[in-house]
Design a protein around this ligand. Structure first.
Ligand code: HEM
Length: 155
């Protein structure tokens, strides 16, 4: 159980912390320093490195999370499942779906646009990614707060 919880939380740190840094530090810095063509190329290079870590994090979060959910909390049959676990699980699935959408739709469009040096199309795709990553960062921070503090507040 301690290994599962450790892997679960470490994966959350990598994913949510990475999004926080990208959204609140790297994004404004890139806007300040780089013209659109270089900025778009930078983001493709950043995502190419970050997204494999996110895929690994997603697999570990779901794997370890549902293992604890069933092995320790009795799964969906448990009528006394704590509310914070339900909220974590539900919002966790929403986060994973948002990430998969980013990966398979706007990120693919961004890569194609950068390959074709189509900067307006790249800018559009990046704007969608920015919005969705902002949303996922917010949900992620809320879920961390609920998952770690929720047991003392809501039952
Ligand atoms: C999507 C399916 C998920 C499932 C089934 C799941 C399940 C669990 C379970 C069973 C625990 C142990 C709770 C306890 O010891 O009381 C846990 C802990 C935790 N989870 Fe999740 N989780 C999921 C997603 C997430 C996500 C997306 C985040 C954050 C963005 C998250 C953050 C945490 C944190 C921070 C803890 C540690 C709580 C603590 O021990 O203080 N989980 N999770």
């Amino acid at each position: 159980m301690s290994i599962a919880l450790g892997l679960h939380v470490l994966s959350v740190v990598v994913w949510v912390g990475g999004m926080f840094f990208a959204y609140l530090c790297l994004r404004p810095a890139a806007v300040e320093v780089l013209e659109p063509p270089l900025r778009l190329q930078l983001w493709v290079a950043v995502f190419r490195r970050f997204f494999p870590f996110v895929w690994a994090a997603v697999i570990l979060i779901l794997g370890a999370g549902y293992w604890m959910f069933f092995a320790r909390f009795g799964g969906f049959e448990n009528p006394n499942m704590p509310l914070y676990i339900h909220i974590m699980q539900g919002l966790g699935i929403v986060m994973v779906l948002i990430f998969m959408h980013v990966f398979f739709a706007p990120y693919r469009r961004l890569r194609r646009a950068v390959e074709a040096a189509d900067w307006p199309a790249g800018g559009k795709a990046l704007a969608q990614i920015r919005m969705l990553v902002g949303l996922n960062t917010t949900i992620g921070l809320v879920v961390v707060a609920i998952a770690s503090g929720g047991r003392y507040l809501i039952h």
